[in-house]
Design a protein around this ligand. Sequence first.
Ligand code: COA
Ligand code: MG
Length: 307
Amino acid sequence: MRARRGLLYMPGDDGHKIRKAAGLGVDCVCMDLEDGVAFDRKAEARATVAESLLTVDFGRSEKLVRVNAIGSGLEVPDLDALLSGGPDIRPDGIVLPKVEAANQVRWLSSRLSEAEAAQGWPEGGIGIFVLIETALGVVNVREILSAEPRLRAAIFGAEDLAGDIGMTRTRGAMEVLYARSAVVTHAAAFGLQAIDIVFVDFRDVEGLRAESLEGAGMGFSGKQLIHPAQVAPAQEAYTPSDEAVAKAIRIVEAFEANQREGRGAFALDGAMVDMPIVKAARRVLDRAGAAGRLTRVETSRGKDPRS
Ligand code: COA
Ligand code: MG
């Protein structure tokens, strides 16, 4: 599993921000062609993103591009700019906004398959990330997230959803709780990662940290980001702490020892441990491993010996 703790957007027509993002050590850089770009700058943005894919060194960051929604009339020229520029212009994944039906994901996947064949790229290598951010998208999340093996993650967009439904966005995000929970639950059901809401007040680092910890606690793998100052605190919040890792290792070790003695449930530090607790501990170790925080021995501790 790849760490996707932070997904940083920047307008695709802003070459300065793209180059800046490439040096931040963020897990995912997402160059935007959609709502972060003015209508009369779409062509400029396509050209800047294609040029950046060719010339900028993004290091270990995953290179994503958010295209315009299917049906906007902009999606085909967006994809053409990314997929027909030659074999050296290749995004790692496409972020598809405002997804409302499984056939939209399948349409994108077949365009990607054609490009992979034409450019000599490995089949199935370009990932799809779907943004669930409309009422219809939430209602159809089950068919959308089970549509395609190319899917890597579901991203939940609260601002668009609030506009679509007529909600008032609040700090605690209680108005989007149902949709936010639906996305993270369906993502887990289909083996996908889930990426949480944007925190728009980018000067408020403490608020961002709190919302990131909350998202991690809900089971999200990471968070959408809009400013460089958000990268380190968000990625830190989505990385299991040393204490959490130590505790998880103790749980897994104690579980294995108790299993050998024929006990499925046992007590550790005054609390009951059984299979669900062990699964949660293995998930902590998976995440720490993806974030590069484990030694090889610790990583192997996280693996379920039966899987
Ligand atoms: N990615 C990369 N670099 C960014 C960035 C981003 N998202 N946001 C800001 N920066 C850079 C700025 O260019 C500036 O660089 P410099 O110091 O070399 O000049 C530095 O970080 C500090 O930026 P700051 O002055 O604090 O912010 P700003 O006023 O330039 O920009 C926003 C504020 C909100 C316009 C900007 O953060 C932004 O464009 N965010 C992303 C918007 C977006 O993509 N929205 C669509 C998806 S939700
Ligand atoms: Mg949106």
